[in-house]
Design a protein around this ligand. Structure first.
Ligand code: DNO
Length: 353
C-alpha cells in the first residue's frame, strides 16, 4: 500500500507539498488541475508543471482526483460523444506523462454534500456533518447558499461556481434519467475510454456517492455492494475499478465496509480511509480517524485491505479541523497527518500479527 495525501494545487491549497513530505510514510500526492472545468481537455504543460511541483518536494503524483465528468456524459445529452472525446484526450496526456490512476465520480449535478462544513465538537475542533432532516427541508438553492456561507475562501470540490450557477438547467437535463439509465450511461462512457486506459495502463477508480443515498431526488448508482459489483461488471477490464471510500460508503450503517472490501479483491484501485459517527437515520458527523472516535472499525477495514493484497494508493480522508487551522473544509493538515500515523500503525500491527 502506498501512503498518499490529497493536495489541491498551489493556488487552491493552504498546505504545501513540502509540509506533506514531512508526514511520515507519505510518498505522493493525489492532485488535480483544480481550475479546469468538467469537459475541458487538460493542458500537457499544466500537467508537467504540477508534476514538477510535487517532485521538487520529493513527492510523486500518485493519482489524479478528479478528472471530472461533464454532465452531458452522465445524462447522455446529444453532445456527450464530444465530451467523451475530450476525456480521452486528457487521459492520453496523463498516460503519456506517466500518471496511472484517475479517480472520478458519476454523481449527477453536484459532488459530495454536507449540511454543515464546520460543526463544533466538544473537544473544540470542528467537522463536516450531514443531517438528513435539514437537507430534506431545503431546496437546492438553499443548500448552495448554506455551503457558500461556510466555505470561506475555499472552492469546494465538485461545486464549481460556474456550473452551480446553471443548476436549474442541470437538474432539467437529468429529468427522465433514473438509476438504470444512469448506469447505462456510465457503461457507455467506460466502454469508450477503456481502450486508452488499457493502452497506458490507467486505472479508473469510481468514487462512491457521498452520502450513499439519493439527495434532491437525483439518481445515485454507487451506494452499496450491489451497485459496486454492477459497475465492475459493466466493462470487464483491469482498468475499470473502484475508489473504496470508507466514509462515503460508511455514511450508511447498512454497508459492511470490510465485507465490501473483501468482495472487491482485484477491483479496488484506490482507497480513501476515514471514519464517520452515525447519529441516526441519514445523520452522521465525520470524526478523527481512530476507531474509538467514530462508528467504523478501522482495524477491520485495514485488515480487509491487507487480506485482499491491496497494494494501490491510499489516502487518509477528511478529518477534524483542529488547532484553529484554516484550510479546505475537511482537508486540514494536522488531523490528516494524525490519520496517516494511525493508519500506518494499524498496518504495522496487522502485518506483524
Ligand atoms: C470530497 C471528495 C470528493 C471526491 C470526488 C471524486 O471530499 O471525496 O469530492 O474527490 O467525488 O470524484
Amino acid at each position: 500500500m502506498k501512503m498518499t495525501f490529497r493536495w489541491f494545487g498551489e493556488k487552491f491549497d493552504t498546505i504545501t507539498p513540502e509540509q506533506i513530505r514531512q508526514v511520515p510514510a507519505v510518498v505522493g500526492v493525489i492532485t488535480t488541475l483544480y481550475d479546469t472545468l468538467p469537459g475541458e481537455v487538460w493542458e500537457r504543460d499544466a500537467v508537467r508543471a504540477l508534476k514538477a511541483r510535487a517532485e521538487k518536494a520529493g513527492l510523486e503524483i500518485s493519482g489524479i482526483e478528479s478528472v471530472n465528468i461533464h454532465d452531458a456524459i452522465k445524462a447522455a445529452a446529444p453532445e456527450r460523444d464530444r465530451y467523451i472525446e475530450n476525456y480521452i484526450k486528457t487521459l492520453k496526456i496523463l498516460g503519456e506523462e506517466g500518471i496511472d490512476l484517475v479517480c472520478y465520480n458519476f454523481m449527477p449535478v453536484f459532488d459530495w454534500t454536507r449540511s454543515d462544513l464546520a460543526k463544533p465538537r466538544s473537544d473544540g475542533s470542528s467537522v463536516l456533518s450531514y443531517d438528513g432532516d435539514i437537507v430534506e427541508n431545503m431546496d437546492f438553492e438553499q443548500m448552495l447558499q448554506s455551503l457558500e456561507s461556510k466555505r470561506g475562501d475555499f472552492l469546494l470540490p465538485g461545486w464549481e461556481p460556474e456550473r452551480m450557477a446553471r443548476n436549474k438547467e442541470l437538474f432539467e437535463i437529468y429529468k427522465g434519467v433514473d438509476e438504470a439509465k444512469l448506469r447505462e450511461n456510465l457503461g457507455y462512457f467506460l466502454k469508450a475510454i477503456m481502450p486508452v486506459c488499457e493502452e497506458y495502463n490507467i486505472k479508473m477508480a469510481i468514487h462512491p456517492d457521498d452520502p450513499a443515498w439519493s439527495v434532491f431526488g437525483l439518481p445515485r448508482i454507487v451506494k452499496n455492494h450491489e451497485d459496486l459489483h454492477a459497475i465492475v461488471k459493466l466493462v470487464d477490464s483491469p482498468c475499470n475499478g473502484i475508489t473504496l471510500c470508507t466514509g462515503s460508503l460508511g455514511s450508511n450503517p447498512d454497508n459492511d465496509i470490510p465485507a465490501i472490501i473483501r468482495s472487491l479483491k482485484g477491483k479496488i484501485h484506490f482507497a480513501h480511509v476515514r471514519n464517520v459517527k452515525h447519529l441516526g437515520y441519514r445523520k452522521f458527523d465525520e470524526s478523527a480517524h481512530l476507531s474509538g472516535d467514530g462508528s467504523l472499525d478501522m482495524y477491520e477495514i485495514m485488515k480487509a485491505f491487507v487480506d485482499i493484497g491491496f497494494d494501490g494508493a491510499l489516502r487518509p480522508d477528511h478529518g477534524r479541523m483542529v488547532w484553529n487551522e484554516k484550510s479546505m473544509p475537511g482537508y486540514g493538515l494536522y488531523d490528516r497527518a494524525m490519520g496517516v500515523c494511525y493508519l500506518s500503525g494499524l498496518l504495522e500491527a496487522i502485518r506483524k500479527s
